[in-house]
Design a protein. Structure first.
Length: 365
């Protein structure tokens, strides 16, 4: 098949755009079997076209959403694709379907962000031939919000590069700890956007409770946020005597090194997470994971089997209880890390994602 994927932003990603990271990872796997092109926004530093492996990248003029979708439609004129996938933008998908009604169109949704319950969005979703949800949780939410398209929704979990995200050797762990001046501390890691809904404030309070029982506990926070909010969190950590290091934005190409510095990964999300890719990355890296039991995270972590799910995720004490168990019992930490890695290899590799998506697309075309 000739497949076109329409990205919301730039590829390669200048920052940490998870949608584009997922798209490129999936495209590389699909390109083993199909002719795959990604169209994305133009960047001043990148050429109009480039090749990443077997995937062709085309960059078109953008700016506003209106200009970008007009550029995409102009690029498509006179070309033939067997299937077009649009990620996270139902408006773009509907415009493309209207212009090319005979071409099967897939809408790949990564969250509920761009699908508020409205008549306009319902009409847009109705134009898709198939809608991909990245978790069962997202699929259920979409089905409740838009019952008329429920029959079109398919679940395809996301994945991780299991060759890059893998358990660290003793030397690799030591090197990473030294880089961030963690020495022999028990290191708790958070990775993600530093915004209120991600619960970093809850994690700082939880770390305080852990440090009262576990000496040399440190918190590592990898991710960017607004300066004012970061300052507020730093003040909170200082006030609670929590040793916290804010790394700022780490490129996705280097983030696997940060996982190697940690002893435990925590995802304290306070609002719905459609999937929770960082949990999969942590588990692939052999880290015991503790996460909020919210949204699609429970499809990845099975409580007390390959990690811990925190039902009362607004409670710092609930997180601290799980973290302390991991800190006090090395054999437990190792066992959870190993089982987490096995779960990822079995269910959450990009090859697995592409294989399931390929099955859906072959039945759609």
């Amino acid at each position: 098949m000739r497949i076109l994927m329409v990205a919301p932003e730039q590829i390669p990603v200048p920052g940490g755009g998870s949608v584009e990271i997922c798209m490129l990872s999936i495209a590389k796997k699909l390109a083993k079997y199909h002719d795959v092109t990604i169209v994305s926004r133009q960047s001043g530093r990148l050429g109009r076209t480039s090749q990443i492996g077997k995937v062709k990248i085309v960059r078109v003029p953008s700016g506003s959403s209106a200009r970008y979708i007009a550029s995409v439609l102009a690029y498509l004129k006179g070309k033939h694709f067997d299937l077009i996938q649009v990620d996270n933008r139902p408006y773009y998908m509907a415009r493309i379907k209207s212009a090319f009604p005979r071409t099967p169109i897939s809408l790949f949704l990564h969250s509920l962000t761009f699908v508020p319950r409205s008549g306009a969005v319902a009409s847009q979703l109705g134009k898709a031939n198939v809608i991909i949800a990245n978790s069962g949780s997202l699929k259920s939410s979409l089905g409740r919000m838009f019952p008329k398209v429920k029959h079109k929704i398919r679940k395809v979990h996301l994945g991780v590069d299991v060759s890059r995200f893998h358990p660290a050797s003793s030397k690799q762990k030591m090197r990473s700890k030294q880089k961030y001046h963690l020495n022999r501390s028990f290191t708790i890691l958070f990775v993600g956007r530093v915004i209120p809904r991600k619960g970093v404030d809850v994690l700082i309070k939880a770390t305080r409770k852990v440090s009262q029982h576990i000496p040399h506990t440190k918190l590592l926070i990898a991710g960017s946020g607004k300066a004012g909010y970061i300052r507020k969190l730093k003040n909170q950590a200082r006030r609670l005597h929590v040793s916290a290091k804010f790394l700022g934005r780490i490129s996705h190409g280097n983030i696997h090194h940060v996982y190697r510095a940690a002893d435990c990964f925590v995802c304290p999300s306070q609002r719905h997470e459609a999937f929770g890719l960082v949990n999969v990355e942590a588990m692939a890296s052999g880290l015991p994971a503790v996460a909020s039991n919210i949204g699609g995270i429970g499809e990845i972590i099975k409580n007390k089997k390959n990690g811990y799910l925190v039902r009362n995720y607004r409670s710092p004490s609930a997180f601290a209880k799980c973290i302390k168990k991991i800190a006090r019992d090395r054999s437990l930490a190792k066992r959870l890390g190993q089982k987490g890695r096995k779960t990822v290899l079995r269910q959450f590799s990009w090859s697995n994602t592409a294989s399931k998506l390929n099955t859906v697309y072959r039945s759609t075309v």
